[in-house]
Design a protein around this ligand. Structure first.
Ligand SMILES: Cc1cc2nc3c(=O)[nH]c(=O)nc-3n(C[C@H](O)[C@H](O)[C@H](O)COP(=O)(O)OP(=O)(O)OC[C@H]3O[C@@H](n4cnc5c(N)ncnc54)[C@H](O)[C@@H]3O)c2cc1C
Length: 373
């Protein structure tokens, strides 16, 4: 094994997962994070079977399940609370061989960070890397990996001469965490829709749930956060009961407003010994439900490539070839659904309407071979 010195910029899902896998392979990893601790920003994520495959390879499946919830169904409702469609999550789990888990982001990040710490790797916090720093890392390390997220990735920008800007997709999300009697959600992801508006609620466990309110709007940075939150309360005031309940019981500190951006697919992700992964490379919209899942897949694929001991150029080329079709499809799915929901005059269909559990499983599990790396 040709052990490498690897610098990773960004201790998010992609960065920490890669750091764990690469360290286990014997590479020497340095991980830099701009914040003072691992970020728990963002409410929660649904880890679909492809993500659970990677988490199993990381040795974390059991712990993730312990802190997460086990969703059985995803149901779409109209404004009267009448069910429109249902998707059986248990069926897709059975076909895939891995059970989907819903989890609060703070728990996911804590579990990942602890696993890295257990390997004796400390994250270098308070290190906001700049373009000059990236130049320095390029000299010092065999490989520099940018896992520095969707909006302002300095590593992504270092690969391109033109300024690359994420694309605003015309809607906002306000996300939060609430406590709600489990009888209201019953292990079911709830998706309430009206024209250009959506309210999704995802049960986790012990009555905790995370949610996202979305509606189409222009970016208006002049407005105060309070006024956006008030608008949310007004818009969803008369929506069916679970929506009202979560809006009465959220943790104040969990609220976050996001002007939702994604990236156009990029023609390349690396140059010399610098590579981008995760949202920095292919951020999809939250309507894809796959951002963190794809970030985990990137970590697994890259680690597998590194284990092959090929020339770095070949490893990074192969990585792009293996990942570009699936991540582009994920970005497109997210955009199509967002367009239906937020720019149409009628209520959009379910994201998985007309797709069988087998088809969805085939897409999610594509490229993930069940062998250890
Ligand atoms: C509302 C919403 C709901 C979502 N729901 C889901 C879901 O259900 N399922 C799912 O799979 N995905 C979901 N996602 C997407 C998911 O959150 C992201 O795709 C995922 O977090 C990407 O991981 P990452 O590691 O690439 O980037 P991030 O998690 O953004 O991590 C990037 C890290 O880099 C650090 N950083 C940035 N710049 C620098 C710098 N210059 N120097 C040092 N450090 C830096 C940041 O502080 C951060 O810690 C959702 C996203 C949103 C907005």
């Amino acid at each position: 094994m040709n052990n490498k010195r690897i610098a990773i910029v960004g201790a998010g899902v992609a960065g920490i997962s890669l750091a764990i896998l690469a360290t286990k392979q014997g590479h020497q990893v340095s991980l830099y994070e701009r914040d003072t601790e691992v970020s728990s920003m963002g409410a929660g994520v649904t880890l679909w079977p492809n993500a659970m495959f990677v988490l199993q390879q990381l040795g974390l499946e059991k712990e993730i399940k312990q802190f997460g919830g086990a969703p059985l169904h995803m149901r779409q409702f109209n404004l009267q609370g009448v069910q429109q469609t249902e998707f059986n999550i248990e069926e897709v789990n059975a076909v895939s061989g891995y059970s989907s888990v819903t989890i609060l982001r703070r728990d996911l990040m804590r579990i990942l960070a602890r696993a890295l710490e257990d390997l004796g790797v400390n994250i270098h916090f308070n290190r906001t890397m700049t373009a000059t720093d990236i130049d320095g890392l390029k000299q010092e390390f065999d490989l520099v990996v940018g896992a520095d997220g969707r909006m302002n990735s300095v590593v992504r920008q270092s690969l391109y001469t033109d300024k690359l800007l994420p694309c605003y997709q015309g809607f906002i999300n306000i996300i939060g965490i609430s406590q709600l009697d489990e009888k209201y959600l019953n292990n079911t992801i709830h998706d309430f829709r009206d024209t250009n508006e959506r309210f999704g609620i995802v049960p986790v466990n012990k009555g905790e749930c995370y949610w996202a309110a979305g509606w189409s709007t222009k970016i208006d940075k002049g407005r105060t956060l309070i006024s956006w939150y008030q608008e949310m309360q007004q818009r969803f005031l008369t929506w069916p009961n679970p929506v009202q309940k979560v809006l009465q019981s959220y943790e104040k500190s969990s609220l976050k407003l996001i002007f939702v951006h994604d990236l156009d697919p990029l023609p390349y992700w690396h140059c010399d010994n610098v590579l981008i992964i995760g949202d920095a490379a292919h951020a999809p919209l939250p309507t894809s439900g796959q951002g963190a899942c794809q970030a985990l897949e990137d970590a697994w694929h890259l680690a597998r490539g590194l284990a092959k001991n090929d020339r770095l150029e070949k490893i990074l080329n192969d990585f792009y070839q293996q990942r570009i079709a699936k991540t582009t499809a994920t970005q497109n799915i997210g955009r199509q659904l967002a367009k239906q929901i937020f720019t149409n005059s009628s209520v959009a269909q379910s994201s998985v309407a007309g797709i069988s559990a087998r088809q969805l499983s085939e897409f999610w599990m594509q490229g993930l071979e069940r062998k250890q790396i």
